[in-house]
Ligand binder design. Structure first.
Ligand code: FES
Length: 81
């Protein structure tokens, strides 16, 4: 089981945290990973100047913007590089 944490602190929220969450929810469903990947909202990872901060378990924070969310998911969750 992997957990993806998406920052919903004020800076990331303004940069589209909820769009990232919706996109990740959709990708999890499309790939039938509902029992393997869990999505959680968290507050501020101290990485506020970059695009939306995301962690996977204890890895990251990664900076993910809307256009890169699918690539991010493929690389870090599905594991194709
Ligand atoms: S608000 Fe997201 S890292 Fe600070």
């Amino acid at each position: 089981m992997k957990t993806i944490y998406v920052c919903v602190g004020s800076s990331c929220h303004l940069k589209g945290s909820y769009d990232i969450i919706r996109a990740l929810e959709k990708l999890i469903k499309q790939n039938h990973l509902e029992n393997e990947v869990e999505l959680k909202a968290e507050f501020c990872f101290g990485n506020c100047t970059k695009p939306v901060s995301v962690k996977i378990d204890d890895k990251g924070p990664y900076s993910v913007d809307k256009d890169r969310v699918e690539d991010f998911f493929r690389q870090n969750i599905l594991g194709d590089n």
